[in-house]
Write a protein that binds this ligand. Structure first.
Ligand code: NAP
Length: 259
């Protein structure tokens, strides 16, 4: 299927590794011009080079911490008017809520709620003017099925989800869609980090924790980031124009509800 996004400008946040990188690659394969960003220059430039090599797409790399105002300003200077915006940032630290101070909560809200809202605020009006826009927020399956040690994520991402549920309906008439992609366990660095924390809390090995987690997934495997990237590219396609305000769970069947 031709997704109808050749030449569209796609700003993909937090994209030198993991799920963001996979989204950038899938969009580049479809002919989009991709603007990638991350804090670490080396991994970002390597990822951008690799995507250029694999796809021949025009790829711009911006070194920025997207959770800061300076980082967002630098990013938006490189791409002020994207047609496609994929919001993403690192997830909050795991732990027990008794350990978290007000500052921990503010940091989580900044990264996983306010940053995407600020990026949407800065870009949505030009999408509306052009009558074409696709916004995808990478959130977490924890929005539907909270994870005990990730309370900061459960809370902050639910705030974003509630906000965009309202906004999506306000902009749908302009052919601007806003959807959220909710990853379950995908094989990325982040998954290993959360397993390492669980291992140190329980005195078990990381391998043990990972094997047990994999067995809890009905698909009996972790997700491949490429599967996530392609789902994102579809949500950004011309064909997905009638799909908005949705929360799409990609979790190998872990969410146990009928709907
Ligand atoms: P990952 O493999 O650790 O990759 C994170 C990427 O984001 C890296 O490129 C990192 O580069 C970049 N990044 C992190 N903080 C940033 C910041 N402040 N500004 C700019 N770039 C930043 O993580 P992932 O697994 O792809 O996870 C992506 C998101 O999905 C996270 O919010 C995570 O919590 C969520 N999630 C993941 C899973 C999973 O199983 N993988 C499940 C549920 C939710 P730099 O460090 O160089 O900046």
């Amino acid at each position: 299927m031709d997704l109808g996004i050749e030449g569209r400008r796609a700003l993909v946040c937090a994209s030198s590794k993991g799920l963001g990188r996979a989204c950038a690659l899938s969009l580049a394969r479809e002919g989009a011009q991709v603007i990638m960003l991350a804090r670490g220059r080396e991994a970002l430039e390597a990822a951008a080079d690799d995507i250029r090599r694999q796809t021949g797409a025009q790829v711009t790399a911006v070194v920025a911490d997207i959770t800061t105002e300076a980082g967002r300003t630098a990013t938006l200077a490189a791409c002020p008017d994207p047609d496609i915006l994929v919001t993403n940032a690192g997830g909050p630290k795991p732990g027990d809520f008794r350990e978290w101070s007000r500052d921990d909560w503010i940091a989580a809200l900044d990264a996983n709620m306010i940053t995407p809202i600020e990026l949407i605020r800065a870009t949505i009006d030009t999408m509306i003017e052009r009558r074409w826009g696709r916004i995808v927020n990478i959130t977490s399956a924890a929005v539907k099925m909270p994870i005990d040690i990730l309370g900061l994520s459960n809370g902050a991402r639910s705030g974003l989800t509630g906000f965009v549920a309202g906004l999506a309906r306000q902009v749908a008439a302009h052919n601007v869609t806003i959807n959220n992609l909710l990853p379950g366990p995908f094989a990325t660095d982040r998954l290993v980090q959360t397993a390492a924390r669980a291992a140190s809390d329980s005195g078990r090995s990381v391998q043990d924790i990972m094997a047990e987690r994999e067995q809890r997934v009905p698909a009996r495997r972790f997700g491949d980031p490429a599967e996530f990237g392609d789902a994102c590219a579809f949500l950004c396609s011309a064909q997905a124009g009638y799909m908005t305000g949705q929360n799409l769970v990609l979790d190998g069947g872990m969410y146990p509800g009928t709907l």
